[in-house]
Design a protein around this ligand. Structure first.
Ligand SMILES: Cc1cc2nc3c(=O)[nH]c(=O)nc-3n(C[C@H](O)[C@H](O)[C@H](O)COP(=O)(O)OP(=O)(O)OC[C@H]3O[C@@H](n4cnc5c(N)ncnc54)[C@H](O)[C@@H]3O)c2cc1C
Length: 434
């Protein structure tokens, strides 16, 4: 196994181009269009600016880099995608401009893997082209982390599925062309055998967006992009099942790993932006006759942030490397993605808090990107499954093959181990004593 942390010069040139393009052409969008749906709404006010930028990215051959060549992507693999997403993580608009935004990436992945010919033609192709956006709807008001508690039902009636129930926090439902909804299709068996993914075009009679829930405290109630959805006798054709009936859970599992690691890759970008801000601030601000940067407690914050970001970044890239190596969600990959996912809110909290703190009152204001970043701290601990659940997965995997101590004392009990070591070297020791 070889270890190599270098980037090919040709690919580095592409990364350099992306960094400049995102900074000069994309980040300004964040300053002008601040509504939660602005990056995603195909008919929103930012579209006339987003579309030409998407064309530039397509011409450069960097559109939808997460895809393999069979779907029109470059097939860069996950490590390179990690380096790309670090750059895209600096702007809320960048993933849309580069065709890599969630949840469309994961939805495209499962449409490509499980979709029928017709489903691909109707939904996958326009999604890949960036002409429409999609929604993935699994969470329910009474249950998120544990699908075993889901109650949204779909029953067969002739050649239709009839959906009844509620969904919660269905991101981008308000602007999506279609939703992929996880519904219980056999309530008599466990959820991993009795749920099915259904494609629900938007709008469909019987599907109602009760409210668009917003993240954070300030926005008007109902002004967000996370749909609280009610299905009442909502009918879709039987052909809208995505993947085998009863295997919705498997379909869901196959998309979540990618979503989690892509979040982590973009988080590296957000973290490095926070560090950049921190650094600029401390070399600019003076107190007690010297720069903040000259104070040791400030230097500690810079050094700790740098080290934590680098550790997290290497962990993310390692998980990406495993994914490339194993070409799928092997046990090793799943463990590492869960570990990265569980670490993410902690690193964000430490680094963004230091950056906020070093900016004083300005950091607390809405006049830097820092308070927006602060919101991501709890969000990253919840979205795609809470931290606790991922830690449990990691620990269980680590402990899987660990044997209990053979006796009362552990194998590393010094007196016992020393006895064995003395026996091992007995011949030499006896010669020396003689
Ligand atoms: C910004 C954002 C976007 C989202 N987008 C979508 C989307 O597009 N589609 C979608 O379907 N969902 C989406 N979600 C929902 C998300 O997937 C759920 O919030 C998540 O699965 C947690 O479910 P919950 O909110 O019901 O919390 P709960 O399951 O109620 O968990 C609440 C808390 O309970 C504790 N807990 C839960 N389980 C355990 C456990 N096993 N052990 C120990 N403690 C535990 C944890 O502290 C956890 O944070 C989104 C969420 C956010 C915040």
């Amino acid at each position: 196994m070889s270890w190599d942390f270098s980037t090919e010069p040709e690919f580095q040139a592409e990364l350099d181009w992306m960094r400049e393009f995102v900074r000069e052409e994309v980040e300004p969008l964040d300053l002008v269009f601040r509504g939660p749906a602005d990056p995603f709404d195909p008919h929103g006010a930012a579209r006339p600016i987003i579309r030409p930028l998407q064309q530039v990215v397509k011409r450069r051959g960097l559109w939808a880099c997460h895809l393999g060549p069979e779907l029109g992507g470059k097939g860069f693999g996950q490590v390179k995608l990690g380096l790309i997403n670090e750059i895209l993580g600096r702007s809320r608009f960048a993933p849309v401009v580069f065709g890599t935004q969630a949840p469309d990436t994961g939805n495209a992945e499962i449409l490509a893997r499980f979709g029928t010919h017709d489903q691909k033609a109707q939904y996958l192709q326009p999604l890949l082209d960036g002409d429409i956006v999609s929604c993935y709807s699994m969470t329910e008001p009474q249950a998120g982390s544990d699908p075993g508690e889901f109650t949204c039902l779909a029953r067969r009636d002739g050649d239709e599925w009839v959906i009844d129930g509620e969904k919660w926090f269905a991101s981008h439902a308000c602007v999506a062309e279609f939703l992929i909804v996880m519904a219980i299709t056999d309530p008599d068996v466990a959820v991993h055998e009795g749920s099915t993914m259904l494609i629900v075009p938007n709008p469909t009679p019987g599907m109602e967006i009760v409210r668009n829930t917003a993240v954070g405290p300030r926005d008007e109630i109902g002004s967000g992009v996370h749909g609280y959805i009610r299905f009442s006798d909502c009918r879709v054709p039987a052909a809208n099942a995505l993947g085998p009936v009863g295997e919705g859970f498997k379909v869901a599992q196959s998309r979540l790993g990618g979503g989690r690691i892509h979040h982590a890759m973009r988080t590296v970008g957000m973290l490095s932006k926070a560090l950049d801000m921190m650094c600029e601030r401390v070399v600019s601000r003076r107190t007690k006759g010297e720069r903040l940067a000259d104070k040791q407690m400030v230097q500690e914050k810079i050094a700790d942030s740098y080290t934590q970001i680098l550790q997290f970044r290497l962990h993310v890239l390692y998980a990406a490397w495993l994914l490339d190596r194993d070409q799928g969600y092997s046990r090793a990959v799943r463990r590492e993605i869960s570990a990265v996912k569980a670490a993410m809110p902690g690193v964000l909290k430490d680094v963004v808090y230091r950056a906020l703190h070093l900016h004083g009152s300005l950091g607390m204001s809405n006049e830097t990107p820092l308070m927006d970043m602060w919101q991501y701290v709890p969000e990253m601990g919840i979205v795609d499954g809470p931290t606790e659940v991922h830690k449990v997965s990691v620990a269980r995997d680590i402990l899987r093959h660990v044997e209990p101590s053979p006796g009362v004392f552990p194998t590393y009990h010094v007196p016992t181990a020393r006895e064995a070591a003395l026996r091992k070297f007995a011949q030499v020791l006896e010669t020396q004593e003689a």
